[in-house]
Design a protein around this ligand. Structure first.
Ligand code: FAD
Length: 443
């Protein structure tokens, strides 16, 4: 910023999922004026359960949303692996399954987006059903032309518009330059809970593929059970882990991960559903029934498991945040945590630099990058684990799942898994609270 330039105050944020509203919340807290534009006509629900752990816990505490996250916890009790006849191979409690420690929690992505939106909508301008068509930067700001035809001026623009970021394409170039396919796809959608799962996840592994059905406390139609209660009992009725519990929800999530080379032009939902059906054609267990629900699912999601790798996350007055800048993919289990932490750090640095974006963007990136890269390396390893290619390696894994709970070294193994995940979750340190806001507003 030149010595005569005015400090930035107005910020356009593209994307209203996790990173966008979280940044809006913190920027408003620091006295900036954020506007959020979201391409969808309304806040998008759907998606899978996401982890809040490590640094992200303190971020949520400072954002004032931790209690609400806890109140909407998935409250999972555990998980099991089943064979092709549906027989339980082995089961583990949720903490071991998720590599979790005390304060860690889990929430549905849609719930988290809703909490952040509700916390900000009275103070922040939201523009739904619109998108940025063009950006023209000059010495004093950015002229933004929206697809609706509206033209407005902002001091800064933040791209928080996900893996397929529109802002990144407009400012840095085509997606192919930055997105690296990790050799697999994920699909998830809501379906009836016909396995009767109660806060339980059931996995079935096949060569190059993994299927998971889970029902959590975040699903619709659930009869609430007291938080942390064991209604239904781990390893309860029916041999299918959490089946038949008193608190079972009406809905479950069907999740499919499968190896496949990158498919160009896969944006249309019908083509995505075809790809999924072909990948699991002829497979056993409950798969045909689970896939059958894809046709009517109104929250059907399918995307490549990819990393976004960029040399820099900002150019002039435009900066990228969350998956748009550094998608670590679902395989890291850290995309949401990094999005929240990045939002906190970016807002803090803008406040600390009193709106001087040249200083703030450089500090934000220097602060985040080492931890982001650590999580991306972890994701590469986990994708391979989720899509193990050979039958004998799957058999070996199932043998471990079956015998581990009975072995004396089970705690050692659990700790090893947990330590790796916790190191990644704490890889980005949290800066001290930023200076007092210019105007006094609630968090
Ligand atoms: C509906 C939904 C379901 C998801 N489900 C999964 C899942 O099952 N597995 C998985 O690995 N990840 C999923 N994700 C991604 C996951 O939420 C992110 O990895 C993580 O939360 C980081 O969040 P983010 O805010 O950076 O990006 P995202 O959560 O991807 O959010 C990006 C936001 O930008 C919006 N957007 C996109 N283009 C434009 C545009 N041109 N103009 C304005 N807004 C735009 C999107 O609609 C979205 O609201 C899902 C995301 C969404 C939106």
């Amino acid at each position: 910023m030149s010595s005569t330039a005015r400090p930035a105050r107005t910020v356009l944020i593209s994307g209203a999922s996790v990173a966008g509203p979280a940044l809006a919340l913190r920027l408003h807290r620091h006295g900036f004026t954020p506007t959020v534009v979201e391409r969808a006509p309304e806040l998008r629900t759907g998606g899978y359960k996401v982890d809040i752990r490590g640094t992200a816990i303190e971020v949520c505490r400072r954002m004032g949303i931790l209690d609400e996250i806890r109140a909407h916890s998935t409250d999972m009790r555990g998980g099991s692996y089943v064979d092709s006849a549906g027989r339980t191979i082995g089961e583990l409690p949720a903490d071991v399954f998720g590599g979790r420690v005390e304060e860690d929690d889990e929430i549905m992505r849609g719930e988290l987006a809703r909490i952040l939106y509700e916390r900000t909508r009275d103070d922040v301008e939201y523009l739904f059903g619109d998108s940025v068509a063009a950006l023209a930067e000059d010495a004093d700001g950015v002229t933004v032309t929206f697809e609706s035809g509206t033209v407005r001026r902002f001091d800064l623009v933040v791209g928080a518009d996900g893996l397929h970021s529109n802002t990144r394409r407009l400012v840095f170039g085509p997606e192919e330059r930055f997105k690296r396919h990790l050799g697999a796809y994920i699909s998830i959608f809501t379906a009836p809970n016909h396995l009767g799962l109660d806060r339980w996840e059931t996995y079935h592994a096949l060569p190059g593929k993994l299927v998971c059905v889970y029902s959590s406390a975040g699903e619709s139609g659930r009869t609430p059970a007291p938080r942390g209660s064991d209604a239904g009992g781990a390893g309860g009725a029916g041999g299918a882990g959490g089946a038949g519990g008193a608190g079972g929800a009406a809905d479950a999530k069907n999740l499919f991960v499968f190896s496949a080379p990158e498919q160009p032009h896969l944006r249309d939902t019908a083509a995505q559903k075809r790809l999924l059906a072909e990948a699991f054609a002829g497979d056993g267990w409950e798969i045909p029934r689970l896939l059958g629900h894809a046709a009517d699912a109104d929250d059907f999601y399918l995307d490549s498991i990819s990393l976004v790798e960029m040399d820099r996350w900002s150019k002039g007055r435009v900066v990228l945040l969350g998956d748009a800048a550094h998608c670590a993919s679902l395989a890291s289990g850290q995309g949401t945590g990094l999005a929240l932490t990045g939002a906190y750090v970016l807002a803090a640095e803008l406040a600390r630099a009193d709106g001087d974006h040249t200083v703030a963007f450089a500090r934000y990136e220097a602060h985040m990058r080492p931890g982001v890269e650590q999580n991306q390396r972890m994701a590469e390893g986990f994708v391979k684990e989720m899509t193990v290619g050979s039958r004998w390696r799957i058999r070996l894994r199932m043998l471990m799942v079956r015998t581990l709970p009975r072995t004396p070294w089970k705690n050692l193994v659990a700790r090893k898994i947990r330590d790796g995940i916790q190191a990644a979750a704490n890889a980005v340190p949290l800066p001290d609270e930023a200076p007092a806001p210019r105007s006094t507003v609630s968090p």
